[in-house]
Design a binder for this molecule. Sequence first.
Ligand SMILES: CC(C)(COP(=O)(O)OP(=O)(O)OC[C@H]1O[C@@H](n2cnc3c(N)ncnc32)[C@H](O)[C@@H]1OP(=O)(O)O)[C@@H](O)C(=O)NCCC(=O)NCCS
Length: 220
Amino acid sequence: MLATPVIIWGAGGHAKVISELIARSSNWCVVGFIDDIAPQRQVRVFAGQTVFPSLESAINETRARHIFVAIGNNDARLRLIENAIERQMTVITVIAPNSWISQSSTIGAGTAIMSGAVINADALIGTGVIVNTNAVVEHDCIVNDGVSIGPGAVLCGNVVVNKGAFIGAGCVVRERITVGQDCIIGCGAALVADVERQSIAYGVPAKVVVQAEPELEAAT
Ligand SMILES: CC(C)(COP(=O)(O)OP(=O)(O)OC[C@H]1O[C@@H](n2cnc3c(N)ncnc32)[C@H](O)[C@@H]1OP(=O)(O)O)[C@@H](O)C(=O)NCCC(=O)NCCS
């Protein structure tokens, strides 16, 4: 079977790791990268690959219909996935061959499950999520769109991580905890209580160091 051409949106450190994972698969063949922001290219480009300045130029030159958005920033990753879908691209999911994915879990489009990661029974993983190297998502967790779970982090059972939150490397999140939308949990934290949206928390046990402004009441 011929490998399907795929474009990678992004050319930084995360894209480098993703391109190596995709290159391992006989199903996919990286035909180019898109970097419309940073002038310095970090990825190693092989024969037949180019770094394009826009999605349009990448599609026109390669004719590829499949894409993976490999951008570390959670907001940007979700926005670019939407752009690619609007342009009728198929957004693929990247799963490292040495990860463990329960058959009862669900993994959304545009999500990357990196080497050594474990996704256990009935976990729900949304769109554009990064489950980084050696991270563990235990049974029944809900990981919403655009979340990033750092290398070696552990979500115990029934944890909910809301949209766009960042769980730092090596964090442990106790079972049944909810992490609010767009929160940042610092590396090495032990999170033993819920955190509200847009909070920054770190430490063992984790303490909230930055809290979101209270939401304004909608005008009636
Ligand atoms: C939490 C975090 C976002 C804070 O970043 P920051 O606002 O730039 O914070 P600073 O580096 O200015 O540190 C501020 C203070 O918090 C402390 N601190 C920062 N991060 C900490 C952490 N994770 N755990 C404990 N203390 C921490 C610093 O020691 C410093 O303390 P001090 O004021 O007593 O000197 C960042 O440190 C972090 O943990 N990022 C996650 C990194 C990661 O996991 N990356 C994975 C990439 S895949």
